[in-house]
Design a protein around this ligand. Structure first.
Ligand SMILES: [Zn+2]
Length: 506
C-alpha cells in the first residue's frame, strides 16, 4: 500500500524552477569570474639586478644586431573580419596600406645581453610578453628582453576591446600567436646578426607645435627625440637606430580602415631609404634597420585632426587625416634626425656597459569596467588574483643612456615634471609622483619606453585624478582618461617602483 503523493501547487513548482535557474546562473557567473581572473602564468616573477660592474671593470667591445619580421594580418577571408583597434568597435580592416613589423635590436656589452622588440600594435599584455620570452631559446643568451607596442591605432586588436560589439573580443587568437612568434623570431634574428658596433647618443629638441597636441591639462609633452645611433667601428656605416618619441600613432584617425604602420613606419622608411618623390631623391637614407619605441603618450599626446602638419620634403601642409599626413609626421622626425646625423663630431663609443634592473609588480584593479570586461571575456589577461594584475617595470642603462620601461600610457608630467594639484581633482592632494622620472633617472640621455612589457592603460597623476564633480580646471563635463586607467593608485605605485630602481642605479 502506498499513500498517494499530492502534487505541489503550480506556483511552488514555478518558484522551484526559477530558483534552480538563478542558482545555476549564479554558479556560471562565479565560474566565469574565477576563470577570467585565474593566473595565466602562476609564479612568474622577474627580479633582476644586473649592475654592469663587470663590464665597467673588464670592458669588451659593444656588439649590436637587428632583426625584423612582418606582422600583417590575413585579410583574405571575408568570413573572418580583422577588427582594428583604438577607436570604436566594429571597424573591420579593408586593406593593407603599408606593412606592420616587429622590429628588434639586441645589445651586448660582452657580459650582458639586452633585447628590445617594438611591435606595430595597439598594445601587448604582459602574458603575451611572457609568451615571447618563453619562446626565446636559452642559447640566445638574453639576460632581459623588452617587448614594446607602438600603440598604433590602425592595427588588429590585440587587447580585446575593439571587437564587433562591446560584448565580444576583437582578438583573433591565431593573429596573437603570429605576433608572439614574429616578435621572438625578430629578436632571434637580431642575436644572429650581432656584430661590433659603436654607439652615439642624440637628444634632439623638438617643439611640439604643428606635430603633436596635448588634449588634457596640464600641457606637458614628451616631444623631444632621443636616439641611439649604431655604426660600424671600421667604416662608420649605419647599422641602425633606436628612436624614442611620444605621440599616439593615430594620425589617420577613426574613419580609416586600412592597415598602416602610421608615422613610426614612415619614420623607419625615411631613415632607411631616404625620401624619393616623383623619381627625385629629396633625402638620402642611412640604410640599416630602425626601431621606433613610443614614449609618454598619456594625457593625451596626439596628432589631432585639427593639427596641420607640414611634409618637410614636399613642403606641403596637410590637415585632414590621411596616410600622407602620417608620412608627414614620420618625416618631421626623420628630417630632424637626418640633419643631426649629417653634423660632424658626434661622440661615439665602442664600450657601453649594460645594467638591468627589473621588477614584477602587482597593481590593484580599481576600475569597475576592468572587472566586468574579463568576466565578459572582452579583456583576457593575466591577473595574479582577485582585482590584482601582474605587470613589470624596469630601468636599464647602456653606457650614458638610461631607459625607463613603463607598462602603459604614462602622463608626460610624471616623466618630465609639471604634475599639478589640479583644481577640481577628486583627492585635493599635492603632487605624489615627484620628483619627475627624468630627474630621478641616471645617465645623460634618458629614454622612456611607453607600453613596455605591458599595456595597463593610462597612468594618471593621483592629484589630477578626476571622476566626480567639480571637474578639472572648471570643465563642464568629465575629462577623458580615467575610464581607461586601472585606478588612482597606478601612477603612485609605478613611480615609487621606478624611483627605487633609479636609486639603485645611481
Ligand atoms: Zn592611448
Amino acid at each position: 500500500m502506498h499513500r498517494p503523493i499530492s502534487p505541489l501547487p503550480r506556483w511552488r513548482r514555478i518558484a522551484r524552477i526559477v530558483l534552480i535557474l538563478v542558482g545555476a546562473l549564479g554558479l556560471l557567473v562565479l565560474a566565469r569570474t574565477w576563470w577570467s581572473f585565474r593566473d595565466r602564468n602562476p609564479g612568474y616573477a622577474v627580479r633582476l639586478d644586473l649592475d654592469g660592474a663587470t663590464a665597467t671593470r673588464e670592458p669588451r667591445p659593444l656588439r649590436v644586431g637587428f632583426g625584423r619580421v612582418k606582422i600583417n594580418p590575413d585579410l583574405s577571408d571575408p568570413r573572418r573580419p580583422v577588427w582594428l583597434a583604438g577607436f570604436s568597435q566594429h571597424r573591420a580592416a579593408t586593406a593593407i596600406h603599408d606593412d606592420l613589423w616587429a622590429v628588434a635590436v639586441v645589445l651586448d656589452d660582452g657580459h650582458t645581453r639586452l633585447g628590445v622588440v617594438a611591435l606595430d600594435a595597439i598594445g601587448f599584455f604582459h602574458d603575451d610578453v611572457i609568451a615571447v620570452r618563453r619562446q626565446l631559446a636559452a642559447d640566445l643568451k638574453l639576460d632581459y628582453t623588452i617587448v614594446c607596442a607602438t600603440h598604433n591605432h590602425s592595427t588588429p586588436d590585440l587587447m580585446g576591446l575593439w571587437g564587433p560589439d562591446l560584448l565580444h573580443s576583437g582578438i583573433d587568437p591565431a593573429y596573437r600567436q603570429q605576433v608572439i612568434d614574429a616578435a621572438a623570431k625578430a629578436v632571434a634574428a637580431a642575436v644572429g646578426s650581432l656584430q661590433p658596433a659603436q654607439l652615439a647618443l642624440h637628444e634632439i629638441r623638438t617643439p611640439p607645435e604643428n606635430i603633436v597636441t596635448d588634449t588634457r591639462k596640464p600641457i606637458v609633452f614628451d616631444a623631444d627625440i632621443r636616439m641611439m645611433h649604431f655604426t660600424r667601428p671600421d667604416t662608420g656605416a649605419t647599422l641602425g637606430t633606436l628612436v624614442g618619441w611620444g605621440n599616439h600613432p593615430e594620425t589617420v584617425w577613426s574613419k580609416n580602415t586600412e592597415i598602416t604602420a602610421d608615422f613610426p613606419g614612415a619614420l623607419r622608411d625615411a631613415l632607411e631609404h631616404g625620401v624619393t618623390h616623383e623619381g627625385r631623391q629629396l633625402a638620402a637614407g642611412l640604410g640599416g634597420v630602425h626601431v621606433f619605441v613610443n614614449g609618454a603618450v598619456g594625457g593625451l599626446m596626439t596628432t589631432h585632426p585639427t593639427v596641420t602638419v607640414e611634409d618637410p620634403y614636399l613642403k606641403k601642409e596637410i590637415r585632414d587625416p590621411s596616410h600622407a599626413k602620417s608620412v608627414a609626421v614620420g618625416r618631421q622626425l626623420a628630417s630632424r634626425i637626418l640633419a643631426r646625423l649629417a653634423e660632424p663630431g658626434a661622440a661615439a663609443t665602442t664600450h657601453a656597459p649594460i645594467a638591468i634592473r627589473a621588477r614584477t609588480l602587482s597593481l590593484p584593479v580599481d576600475n569597475k569596467l576592468f572587472l566586468l570586461a574579463p568576466i565578459l571575456g572582452v579583456l583576457d589577461r593575466g591577473h595574479t588574483g582577485w582585482l590584482r594584475m601582474r605587470t613589470e617595470v624596469a630601468l636599464v642603462t647602456v653606457g650614458e643612456a638610461s631607459i625607463a620601461c613603463i607598462p602603459g600610457e604614462i602622463y608626460p608630467e610624471i616623466v618630465n615634471g609639471g604634475v599639478e594639484r589640479a583644481e577640481g581633482g577628486d583627492f585635493g592632494i599635492a603632487p605624489v609622483e615627484v620628483p619627475s622620472l627624468r630627474e630621478l633617472m641616471p645617465g645623460k640621455v634618458k629614454f622612456v619606453f611607453g607600453l613596455a612589457n605591458d599595456e595597463v592603460g593610462y597612468i594618471i597623476p593621483k592629484s589630477e585624478w578626476d571622476q566626480r564633480p567639480p571637474y578639472l580646471y572648471g570643465a563642464k563635463k568629465p575629462v577623458y582618461g580615467e575610464v581607461n586607467s586601472l585606478g588612482p593608485e597606478t601612477a603612485p605605485l609605478l613611480h615609487a617602483a621606478l624611483r627605487e630602481l633609479c636609486a639603485k642605479a645611481k
